[in-house]
Every structure is written in structure tokens, then in C-alpha cells.
Design a protein around this ligand. Structure first.
Ligand code: NAD
Length: 355
């Protein structure tokens, strides 16, 4: 298997980033694209000169090494399980699922069948993220005391009104947190370590046509004793740079967008610039590291080595997200590990048209 045969399922916004990465990769060849939206499937098939399909099950009948799942959140689990059953490696967009029980089923199926499962969290491959993670792991910040993350983004009504799956607890699984801010939640837990407990609130303050949150705040406590503060919204006036500050006894590391500023022991600030190797393939606020993660995923398939951001790693941010929804819905604090009730679904936050 010198060159992997891969397909992309879901030909919406994010598929461009996956398709461009595959197209410029020497490790893989695009075999097919698929979308239930026939125009979208045909358009991408024409663009990349490959066959198109409207039913993902037909794609999984092809001779394939891997599929990229770029569909709406609630569909990831069904497509991933079907691919794994066929022995086809899966690289799914975030969030891996909308329910923890589905994430667990994906992880268990991949383990039982020895099929690689990867979850996209491309911002872990930003140069700034890697440097800050290393500084924390090598104790250069000393004992961790706290962190704060802030995501202030803008999504207008049209963003929700023109999508059949966004804005619903069942199909998107939530709003500003599970979709836009889960990347920063993932970076936070990856750098800070495991969460011990949290208490949160969720609200819908600016998007009356959707039933899910567009504002969320949470106070967290990590297992290492540090505290955390989270704020995320899609009600801001533009897509401001994300902020993740890590505060330790000896200094602070601040990630803003894909740069970082590090101040330790009163020494002059060290500025970590983005790597020139990473190029924006999509919108700038998606980050520039999709290509890197896809290359790493392919390398792990070709060398039969473990996938770096596998199902277990991808589940961690989802557990925090789901715990925040539970706390926001019930007003109760949550201790980890968070055991999600099978039927848990937060109450609608508005009398939405999408409820
Ligand atoms: N990593 C990132 O930075 C990033 C950025 C944007 C979106 N995403 C993720 O990518 C995924 C898709 O988002 P999007 O913005 O492209 O959404 P989108 O709505 O633009 O595209 C999703 C596509 O999937 C198709 N689809 C749905 N069910 C399908 C099925 N059963 N079989 C085949 N096709 C099906 C839809 O018709 C649609 O064309 C989501 O999980 C989202 O969170 C990730």
C-alpha cells in the first residue's frame, strides 16, 4: 500500500480543505466523493475528476483505505461505524459525535476491528500550540495555576437559516460550544490536563431562530488544582482571534489565533510565530494545520503506527462540552468522568423554528 485510496463523504464547506490536502498529497489518491446533495457531489467530482455518489454505503463498497467524514455532526457516528465494519480507516471532522455513547461506540468498534480512527483537531498542530504544550510539559511555567479561554465569533441568522442541521440539539448537538469553540476547549484540555469538575451556564441571546446556545460560560477545576475560565459566543461583531492563556507560578503563555506570547520569570516576552509551512486552505479562523493533521494521519496508516489524535483523544473535548451542556441545562456542577445519561438532551433555549 504505497498510495492510500481515499474518499470524502460530505461536500460542504469544510470538504474543500480536505480535498485540497488530498490533492496535494503524495501519500493518497482521491477515489470518490459523496454527498446527499446531488449538486454538491457533482461539483466536487467535476473539480477533482473522480466519480460521485449520493449514498455513502456505495462509497464504502469501493476498494478504499480511508474515508474523510465531512458531514453534519449527528451523521458522523453512523458513517464511521459503517466504514470501520468494512475495515476502512476513518478520519472524521470534529466533533466526533453529538453523544458520548456514540463516541464510545466508535472508539470500541475501531479498537475491536483494529481499524484506525482519527478526529480532526487541526489546531493542535499549530506551531504555537506545540511550543506552549512543550513549555508546560517541561515545567517552564512551574506549577499551573489557571487558564482562561475566550472565543468571540460572529454567526448571522443566515448561517443558521440556510442550514438544515445547525442550531438543533439533535442534529448539531449544540451551538457556539460544540461547533465553533470545541477547538479551543480541546487545546485547553490538551495543554492543561484533565478536568476534575465544572459548573456552567448556557444562553441564547442573539439567534432566536435556533434552540441551542450562542453564549456559554464555565468555571472549571483541573485535576492538577488549577482553575479555568471559559467564555464563548457567536454573538460578537466579527470573528475575533481566539484566546487561550495558561498561567503558572513562573509565568504565562498566551495563544492568540495561531501565535503565542510567552513570558517567564520576568524575562523579555518570546513571540512564537506560525510556521511558514502551514498554509490557509480555508477560512483563516479554521487555522492552517488541516494539511499537517491529514499528512500525519496518512503516515500513521502507511507506517502502521498509532494515530496521534485518535478516538480517545478526540473524545476528551467532547466530554467537557457535554458536561457543560448538562451543567448549563440543569444548574448542577459536574464531576469527571462525566457519565452522560443515554437520553439526555438539553431543553430548547428559545421557541426556535428548528426545535
Ligand atoms: N475543523 C474545522 O476547523 C472545521 C471547520 C468547519 C466545519 N467543520 C466540521 O466539518 C463538518 C461539516 O461542516 P460543514 O461546514 O462542511 O457543513 P456543511 O453543511 O457545509 O456540509 C456538510 C455536508 O454533508 C452532507 N451530508 C449530510 N449527511 C450526509 C450523508 N449521510 N451522506 C453524505 N453527505 C451528507 C450535506 O449534504 C452537506 O453538503 C462538521 O462536523 C463541522 O463541525 C470543521
Amino acid at each position: 500500500m504505497d498510495v492510500l485510496k481515499v474518499a470524502v463523504i460530505g461536500c460542504g464547506g469544510i470538504s474543500n480543505v480536505h480535498l485540497d490536502s488530498i490533492n496535494s498529497s503524495k501519500q493518497a489518491r482521491l477515489i470518490a466523493v459523496c454527498d446527499i446533495d446531488q449538486e454538491r457531489a457533482k461539483e466536487k467530482a467535476k473539480m477533482y475528476q473522480v466519480p460521485y455518489y449520493f449514498d455513502y454505503r456505495q462509497v464504502l463498497d469501493l476498494e478504499l483505505d480511508a474515508v474523510h467524514i465531512c458531514t453534519s455532526h449527528y451523521t458522523h457516528v453512523e458513517i464511521a461505524l459503517a466504514a470501520i465494519r468494512k475495515g476502512i480507516a476513518v478520519l472524521t471532522e470534529k466533533p466526533m459525535a453529538t453523544k458520548l455513547v456514540d463516541a464510545d461506540a466508535m472508539i470500541a468498534a475501531a479498537k475491536d476491528s483494529q481499524v484506525p480512527l482519527g478526529v480532526i483537531f487541526q489546531n493542535r498542530y499549530n506551531h504555537s500550540s506545540i511550543v506552549v504544550k512543550d513549555i508546560v510539559e517541561t515545567s517552564q511555567l512551574g506549577k499551573l495555576l489557571g487558564c482562561r479561554m475566550a472565543v468571540h465569533w460572529f454567526r448571522n441568522d443566515a448561517y443558521y437559516d440556510t442550514s438544515d442541521w445547525r442550531g438543533s440539539w439533535i442534529t448539531e448537538g449544540g451551538g457556539a460550544l460544540i461547533n465553533q469553540s470545541i477547538h479551543t476547549v480541546d487545546l485547553m484540555q490538551w495543554i492543561m490536563g484533565d478536568v476534575e469538575s465544572l459548573q456552567a451556564s448556557i444562553a441564547n441571546r442573539g439567534h432566536r431562530s435556533i434552540e441551542v446556545e450562542d453564549v456559554v460560560e464555565a468555571s472549571l477545576r483541573f485535576k492538577n488544582g488549577a482553575v479555568g475560565s471559559l467564555y464563548a459566543t457567536t454573538c460578537y461583531s466579527y470573528n475575533a482571534d481566539i484566546l487561550l492563556e495558561i498561567h503558572g507560578e513562573l509565568g504565562v503563555a498566551i495563544i492568540e489565533a495561531d501565535q503565542a506570547v510567552i513570558r517567564i520569570n520576568g524575562e523579555p516576552a518570546k513571540i512564537i510565530q506560525p510556521s511558514k509551512d502551514n498554509q490557509f486552505l480555508g477560512k483563516s479562523y479554521w487555522g492552517a494545520s488541516h494539511g499537517t493533521q491529514i499528512t500525519k494521519f496518512y503516515t500513521s496508516l502507511l507506517t502502521k503506527s498509532p494515530v496521534e489524535i485518535d478516538g480517545k483523544a478526540g473524545r476528551k473535548a467532547l466530554e467537557i462540552v457535554k458536561a457543560i451542556y448538562y451543567s448549563g441545562d440543569t444548574g448542577q456542577a459536574v464531576t469527571f468522568p462525566y457519565q452522560e445519561d443515554l437520553g439526555f438532551l438539553p431543553n430548547p433555549l428559545t421557541p426556535s423554528r428548528k426545535a
